[in-house]
Design a protein around this ligand. Structure first.
Ligand code: C2E
Ligand code: MG
Ligand code: MG
Length: 694
């Protein structure tokens, strides 16, 4: 096979060059020869792209020579075989140049050695290049490891450290000298991670790669987290000679993850497990109780009148109370129990594996007792009790969500019974809940099906003069079912979000019917009073909607009065306030209903544009039997008048009560004594009769 050969020839004799070429061809080469005679020519040739295989140099040239040619080659940085050809070989000269780096010295007269020499030198040059590349690779690799941004540890096959990189020294605080000769896990935290390291050694023992996270300890004792990959290194025969561990400091990531985990599972304010984690623990408790055929109890706790503290002292004070309450609750439970905050002022305690209801009652009593002590906030004692519902697995539910819901229902029952007490979930509570669900289903769309009607109860001037208005009272009429009073469904409608739809129907219907009854003009002072739920006032569109109803019905604003309970004022949201102002601007009368039963504050009466104050019927009922109630009614009337408000006494049932109310100077009376709420058809007659019905 003919081998190509690119030769750089330093030679002044063309004849010699020709001889040389012939020799090369004879030796099996297909030579490409570039002949140069000066150092400059040689430099240019070397600087070119030509793929030189070998440099052949005559020993003596007129202006050049082998010594200078060798120097020129070395200057160029190219590693090429350099063979000297000479007519006369002198031993000293040959030795000098061979020492300087020439590869062979040949006699021009005996060129038979030329081809083998070139072949040998080219082979060696190839090997040299290969070795150089390998060395370069090792150099770069070792630089990469030395300067690596992650720790690198190399051990022998038994896991004894032979090398650590500077990053390892920096991360751990141990110098390479201190690390070398010690086992790879010498930095592991003494009291932890043994399990992980055991797994690592086992995997390494099987010659497999291992990945994992460790908590390690620096030389100064501080802890840090590392993610490590430990891989075996094999020799050419596949035998493991070493392990290399690449380790990344993940302390920052770990703490971020832990923080996220905490945020997702714990309540910020109290540090207690949140609803999510509670549900998880509840599921675990249920699974455990299932396996052991044991009981699990859930205590659903709600603080009583917490809202008062929040509203009157501010949220910061409310927060402090919640933190203290959670501390007290914590003292009522044992290790293994779960105390969680559900949000707001609601907490849940899970007692896994309880013996019986008596044991649960004991914990419940402890909780109730712990709230007997006042909470000291802003140097004042505040008594905040707790109401609690209790459910048991499996009797009251086999599913966490069901237990929780039943616990909440039982808690409501405890509140109903007077707060500050505990209540086990019962069948009766369950039935009531089923009833409510049923009711809710039926109430949806009731207005659309024409099942809602309004009754009207006349309001009279207390001095016996005339009818001043009537209050629209909602009734639910279904075929074959007794007429349902609002007490039976209004609060449900509020809870399940149906009050908007129902309330809108009431306003629209009352405007329409009242306009027909009272006449479209504002000449008569007679008005229709409509009850409005706080929820309706939270809807930003409410004011505008009422205005539209007036327009569509033809009722004048002065003929409409909206009755609002005190809880609306406590709410204090900007939507409520805006709605009240809009209504007032329209000229609609505003009345405060059931005054005295809610969270009374005279400040509210001044702040909002009210026209009327309705004294709750519970006070009116008491005036003849309870001196306090009597005094209260007198005081309310006086106070209302001084604020420029008209007063209405509701629930007047007896002549004595009426006489008392008249005596107080109260302006308007409403009650069964004078007229009961009646269907719209009967109102027209009553309005004509005026005071005469009494
Ligand atoms: P309220 O606004 O205080 O209405 C007066 C209630 O007292 C009416 O009960 C009325 O029938 C009753 N009442 C009137 N005179 C007497 C009396 O002499 N003695 C006694 N014992 N009661 C008397 P009703 O119709 O059952 O309504 C109860 C409550 O339901 C109302 O109290 C009001 O808060 C609410 N409500 C009624 N209609 C609506 C409505 O359309 N929307 C909203 N949001 N609530 C309504
Ligand atoms: Mg009312
Ligand atoms: Mg009332």
């Amino acid at each position: 096979m003919v081998k190509p050969l690119v030769v750089l020839l330093i030679e002044d004799s063309a004849d010699d060059a020709e001889l040389l070429e012939m020799e090369l061809v004879r030796g099996g080469f297909r030579p490409t020869i570039r002949r140069v005679e000066t150092a400059a020519e040689m430099r240019t040739a070397l600087a070119s792209e030509a793929p030189w295989d070998v440099v052949l140099s005559d020993y003596h040239l007129p202006s050049f020579g082998a010594a200078a040619a060798l120097a020129t080659l070395q200057e160029s940085g190219r590693d090429l075989p350099f063979l000297i050809l000479s007519g006369v070989v002198r031993a000293e000269e040959a030795v000098t140049l061979l020492k300087r780096g020439a590869h062979d010295f040949l006699d021009k007269g005996a060129l038979a050695r030329l081809v083998p020499a070139i072949e040998r030198e080219m082979r060696e040059s190839g090997e040299r290049a290969h070795r150089r590349r390998a060395e370069e690779r090792v150099r770069v690799l070792s630089l990469a490891i030395e300067q690596s941004p992650v720790s690198v540890v190399i051990t022998d096959r038994d896991g004894i450290i032979g090398y650590v990189n500077p990053k390892f020294e920096k991360t751990t605080g141990y110098l390479a000298d201190e690390a070398v000769g010690r086992p790879i896990d010498f930095i592991h935290r003494q009291d932890a991670g043994a399990e992980t390291y055991r797994a690592m050694w086992a995997t390494m023992g099987e010659g497999r790669e291992w990945r994992g996270e460790f908590c390690n300890q620096r030389r100064d004792g501080s802890l840090f987290w590392e993610h490590a990959t430990v891989s075996p290194l094999e020799d050419a025969d596949g035998k493991i000679t070493n392990f290399v561990a690449v380790k990344e400091d993940i302390t920052a990531r770990r703490s971020y993850e832990e923080q996220l985990l905490r945020q997702a599972n714990y309540d910020d304010l109290t540090g207690l497990p949140n609803r999510l984690l509670m549900l998880d623990r509840l599921d675990q408790a249920i699974a455990l109780a299932n396996r052991r055929a044991a009981l699990t109890a859930l205590l659903y706790i709600d603080l009583d009148r917490f809202k008062n503290v929040n509203d009157s002292l501010g949220h910061a004070a409310g927060d402090r109370l919640l933190v203290e309450a959670s501390g007290r609750l914590g003292e009522c439970v044992r290790d293994g129990d779960t105390l969680a905050r559900m949000g707001g002022d609601e907490f849940v305690i899970i007692l896994p594996g309880v013996d019986d209801g008596i044991a649960v009652q004991k914990v419940a009593d402890r909780v109730i007792d712990t709230f007997a002590r006042p909470f000291v906030i802003a140097d004042q004692n505040h008594f905040v009790t707790a109401s609690m519902g209790i459910t048991l697995f499996p009797a009251d539910g086999t599913d966490g969500q069901v237990l929780l819901r039943n616990g909440e229902l039982a808690m409501y029952k405890a509140k109903e019974q007077g707060r500050g007490r505990s209540q086990f979930f019962t069948r009766e509570i369950n039935e009531r809940m089923q009833e409510r669900l049923h009711l809710e289903g039926n109430l949806r769309g009731a207005a659309g099906r024409g099942e809602l009607i309004l009754h009207y109860q006349p309001l009279y001037r207390a001095d016996g003069d005339s009818v001043v208005g009537m209050e629209a009272l909602l009734r639910w009429q279904r075929p074959g079912i007794p007429l349902m009073m609002p007490g039976g469904f209004i609060s449900l409608a509020e809870e399940v979000g149906l009050i908007g739809e129902i309330g809108d129907w009431v306003v629209a219907t009352a405007c329409r019917e009242a306009c027909a009854l009272l006449g479209p003009s504002a000449t008569s002072a007679t008005r229709v009073a409509v009850n409005v739920s706080p929820r309706q006032l939270q809807n930003p569109a409410f004011g505008a909607w009422v205005e539209r109803q007036l327009g569509e019905s033809g009722l004048s604003p002065q003929q409409l009065e909206l009755e609002i309970t005190e809880s609306v004022l406590v709410d204090g949201s900007s939507e409520t306030e805006n709605n009240l102002r809009t209504l007032c601007r329209l000229g609609i009368r505003l009345s405060i209903d059931d005054f005295g039963t809610g969270y009374s504050s005279l400040g509210y009466l001044q702040r909002y544009p009210f026209d009327t104050l309705k004294i709750d019927k519970s006070f009116v009922a008491g005036v003849m039997v309870d001196a306090n109630a009597a005094r209260l009614v007198e005081t309310i009337v006086t106070m209302a008048h001084s604020l420029g408000l008209e007063t209405v006494a509701e629930g007047v049932e007896t002549a004595e009560q009426l006489a008392f109310i008249q005596n107080c100077g109260c302006d308007v009376v409403q009650g069964f004594l004078l007229a009961k709420p009646m269907p719209v058809a009967d109102v027209a007659i009553t309005l004509k009769k005026g005071w005469s019905c009494y």
